[in-house]
Write a protein that binds this ligand. Structure first.
Ligand code: NAD
Ligand code: UDP
Length: 320
């Protein structure tokens, strides 16, 4: 059935892949974005499609449209961007959630929240399942993001209970792939760009902290499956790849896949940087029949090819 779907943050990394997937499935898509960290280049290939509509709008302000489903992805996701204007980050998560839930209530739409593994903070329980309440510093530099996302989850559950809205909460673990912003400071994009340019690879701390990296196609599959799941499945559901790597291992893998001469250097580790992160995905397996299919090496090769061609384009246009 053809649906009318709103994607907030649709010009961002995940949002653009989601818009593409939904258009390919024959739906009508409204892509809403304020272009803070998103980019028109990410969705330029969709603009000529009659069923794709691009709207410049900020989710901290109400938005009105008749839609069947809302994917609420609008929020900067990388530490340097969400810490740039922390108050705005909280407003984006909290007011954005209120505005989108209000819209869902008015039009009777189903709504999915892009939450995050950051709700677990620097976890004292490892690996992290959805029942763990987390270990977040409420006044630290990551709090604007972590607490904003935690409050958004609360709002989603409150709207479900008070107004019978059909809500879905997805806790996304580190996801990577083509269309990550090359300047947003996330570890996968940083290491690949540094390796391709032959620059030093900047490992923060001793590199023994861990992350579990999920390729974007797997993430989008999980997101769509969660939206389409039966009404009693609201989440939160962890969506991530449970294979854990240290940041040092990631640096060495990127160097080897790019045949780079780059050297690893160590820099100070950011305050409150989580030391371990690995999702338990039994809920996603059970409820959504979902698990990741792309191994890190395969996903990195595709991401390296993307950044390689982006850098070549920039060299040919004098932007290097
Ligand atoms: P991104 O920064 O590429 O995309 C976010 C998009 O939201 C951008 O296009 C940005 O311009 C837009 N945006 C930001 N503030 C806005 C506002 N006030 N109004 C309208 N648009 C706004 O990040 P992403 O990686 O694509 O993340 C998408 C969502 O998934 C975010 O909510 C993020 O918190 C969540 N998430 C992502 C990851 C990951 O690893 N990529 C992990 C956990 C959670
Ligand atoms: N990191 C790093 N070098 C970089 C960027 C990040 O060592 O150039 C580390 C960072 O300290 C963290 C991990 O990589 O331990 C993941 O960082 P990212 O910002 O990608 O995601 P998040 O911390 O939100 O999981």
């Amino acid at each position: 059935m053809k649906k009318k779907i709103l994607v907030t943050g649709g010009a961002g990394f995940l949002g653009s892949h989601l818009c593409e997937r939904l258009i390919d499935e024959g739906h009508e898509v409204i892509c809403l974005d304020n272009y803070f960290t998103g980019n028109k280049n990410n969705i330029v290939h969709l603009i000529d499609n009659t069923y794709f509509e691009l709207v410049r709008h900020d989710v901290t302000l109400p938005y009105f449209a008749e839609v069947d489903e809302i994917y609420n992805l609008a929020c900067p996701a990388s530490p340097i961007h969400y810490q740039h204007d922390p108050i705005k980050t909280v407003k984006t998560s909290v007011l954005g959630a209120i505005n989108m839930l209000g819209l869902a209530k008015r039009v009777g739409a189903k709504i999915l929240q892009a939450s995050t593994s950051e709700v677990y903070g620097d976890p004292k329980v490892h690996p992290q399942s959805e029942t763990y309440w987390g270990n977040v510093n409420p006044i630290g530099p990551r709090a604007c993001y972590d607490e904003g996302k935690r409050c958004a989850e609360t709002l989603f559950m409150n709207y479900r209970e008070q107004h019978a809205i059909n809500v879905k909460i997805m806790r996304i673990f580190n996801t990577y792939g083509p269309r990550m912003d090359m300047n947003d400071g996330r570890v996968v994009s940083n290491f690949i760009i540094q390796a391709l340019r032959g620059d030093d690879i900047t490992v923060y701390g001793d590199g023994n902290q861990t992350r579990s990296f999920c390729y974007v196609d797997d993430n989008i599959e999980g997101m769509v499956r969660l939206m389409e799941s039966e009404n009693h499945i609201t989440g939160p559901v962890n969506i991530g790849n449970p294979v854990e790597f240290t940041i040092g291992e990631l640096a060495r893998l990127v160097i080897s896949l790019t045949n780079s001469k780059s050297q690893i250097i160590h820099m100070p580790q950011p305050t409150d940087d989580p030391m371990q992160r690995q999702p338990v995905i039994s809920e996603a397996k059970l409820q959504l029949d979902w698990e990741p299919t792309v191994v890190l090496e395969e996903g990195l090769k595709k991401t390296i090819a993307y950044f390689d061609s982006l850098l070549s384009d920039r060299v040919s246009t004098g932007l290097y």
